[in-house]
Design a protein around this ligand. Structure first.
Ligand SMILES: *Cc1c(COP(=O)(O)O)cnc(C)c1O
Length: 415
């Protein structure tokens, strides 16, 4: 128990909020008490600039061991030769990657933001966009979600990118990694998958591992489907040259001392992800998303990409129901469902009040939700969106959500 009453009170209130509502933001999850304990451990007291065996300060007997443990587990989990577990989060991991592999002015080919790519893939508001040149590929058909590989190849041949970047934060279909590797080879580009959203699904063998199809690098967060502490990581399939550059870019290039308590938390998370129970979890995340897709289809609500092959759904609620993304987010929040408004491909509305909502099943699945429960949540969502000014329907929905939350407590440990 904290002796700081003000902070303690806020922690309790946040815990209550998390327990009583349903979390559908596809980038969120719950960690085990073991990860929390590692995060709150005395490793937070220690400076350890450098890498295992090559540190600048003394007293590194146990930091070396904990970082090596995290690296070894990460390599086993993603079937690769090298890993750097020091990136402080996903955005710093991507910045480190650009720093490692590019000179100012070099070109990166990545997925268009409104078609599912991430801010850190060169959005004009970000600092890397001032230093490097970002060019884009898109979906060929928004209704099926298939990426336009012909256009991707054309742009690659014309722009000669140093990096071809795959990965997304709002895309619900699978990527043809082999095709991208083939195109990259023809222009001598390095292939990088930003797997932040689906790292847990790859680790849990529910989705393909880009390394199996020849990708060179994976960058990722550790706190989304992977269900670990907030943090980032860079994995390299087999190139010693690339990992050397990555290591230098992270320290001393961009970061100071690694957050060793966080690395301890990552080590615990990777061990959890190596268990059979985690594979079952990853598969269930997909099944649950399919169950929600079925309900949205039944109600004829347009989904970008026509549905989902992963953990998330992007629904055009403005086009289908006349409710804006912002209003949808607000009214669902009122009944205890947390998700986020999101731009859809080629959105006619503004990012502050877009046409879509984005939601997913990683957190619900951690709470033990199965297909039937997820169908029920989807039905409630649609009912509320169709009757967003009806107080009676909303209070009934709120009660039903609270009941579901109560019967599926957040687990302390998994498996
Ligand atoms: C979440 C995410 C990031 C950023 O991660 P942070 O930990 O929030 O910095 C980067 N890339 C993708 C694809 C993401 O989904």
């Amino acid at each position: 128990m904290l002796s700081d009453k003000s902070v303690s009170k806020l922690i309790k209130l946040e815990a209550k909020r998390q327990a009583e509502g349903l979390e559908l933001i596809p980038s969120e999850n719950y960690v085990s008490v073991d990860v929390l304990e590692a995060l709150g451990s005395v490793f937070t007291n220690k400076y350890s600039e450098g890498y295992p065996g090559r540190r600048y300060y003394g007293g590194q007997e146990f930091t070396d061991q904990i970082e090596t443990l995290a690296i070894e587990r990460a390599k086993k989990l993603f079937k690769c030769k090298f890993a750097n577990v020091q990136p402080l989060s996903g955005a710093p991991a991507n910045l480190a990657l650009y720093t490692a592999l590019l000179e100012p002015g070099d070109t990166v080919l990545g997925m268009d933001l409104s078609h599912g790519g991430h801010l850190t893939h060169g959005h004009p508001v970000t600092f890397p966009a001032k230093i490097f040149r970002f060019v884009r590929y898109k979906m060929k058909d928004v209704e099926t979600g298939e990426i336009d590989y012909v256009e991707l190849e054309k742009v690659a041949k014309k722009e000669k990118p140093k990096i071809i970047l795959a990965g997304f934060s709002a895309y619900s279909r699978n990527i043809d990694y082999k095709k991208i590797v083939e195109i990259a080879k023809s222009v001598k580009a390095i292939t990088v998958m930003d797997a932040s959203h689906i790292a847990g699904l790859i680790a849990g063998r529910a989705l393909r591992n880009p390394f199996d199809d020849g990708f060179d690098v994976i960058t990722t967060t550790t706190h989304k489907t992977l269900r670990g502490p907030r943090g980032g990581m860079i994995l390299v399939r087999d190139s010693e040259e690339i990992i050397k550059k990555v290591n230098k870019a992270i320290f001393p290039g961009l970061q100071g001392g690694p957050h060793m308590n966080n690395i301890a938390g990552k080590a615990v998370c990777f061990a959890e992800a190596l268990t059979p129970a985690f594979r079952t979890y990853a598969k269930q995340v997909l099944k649950n998303a399919k169950a929600m897709e079925k309900v949205f289809k039944k109600h004829k609500i347009r989904m970008i990409g026509g549905g989902t092959s992963n953990h998330l759904i992007l629904a055009d609620v403005f086009g289908s129901l006349g409710v804006t993304g912002k209003d949808a987010q607000t009214v669902l929040d009122e009944v205890g469902i947390t998700l986020n408004m999101n731009v859809i491909a080629d959105d006619v509305r503004s990012p502050m009040d877009p046409s879509g909502i984005r939601f997913g099943t990683p957190a619900l699945t951690t709470r033990g939700f199965k297909e039937k429960n997820c169908e029920k949540v989807a039905e409630i969502m649609i009912e509320v969106l169709k009757n967003k000014d009806d107080k009676k329907i909303k209070s009934e929905a709120k009660r039903a959500i609270q009941k579901l939350a109560k019967s599926h407590p957040i687990p302390k440990r998994f498996g």
